[in-house]
Design a protein around this ligand. Structure first.
Ligand code: SF4
Ligand code: SF4
Length: 91
């Protein structure tokens, strides 16, 4: 029982954190994601979506099939994406 508890305590979960106010709408993140998972540079096929209103980023979302690999966060030069690794211990 104790051993099982320790294993659960070691589990980690990643999460993409969005800062839409810093996003310039370049879609580099979406291009990187689509290239990695679909083999094509096509933001429409990406697992991350930049939602704009009057050409200003209103919202950033990831789709249900996002693996939380963090690849998109590494190509954003504006600090609009961040990968956080959360420990599930104590949850
Ligand atoms: S999140 Fe970053 S990489 Fe993606 S569109 Fe915005 S500025 Fe570009
Ligand atoms: S975390 Fe990975 S799968 Fe999810 S949107 Fe970013 S690159 Fe795509």
């Amino acid at each position: 029982m104790e051993e099982k508890k320790a294993k659960f305590g070691d589990l980690m979960k990643s999460q993409v954190i969005y800062h839409p106010e810093k996003c310039v709408g370049c879609h580099l993140c979406a291009m990187a994601c689509s290239l990695r998972y679909e083999g094509v540079v096509n933001p429409l096929k990406a697992r991350i979506k930049i939602i704009k209103n009057n050409n200003i980023t209103e919202k950033i979302v990831t789709t249900a099939n996002c693996t939380r690999c963090g690849h998109c966060t590494t190509v954003c030069h504006y600090g609009a994406l961040e990968l956080k690794t959360l420990s599930l211990s104590g949850v």
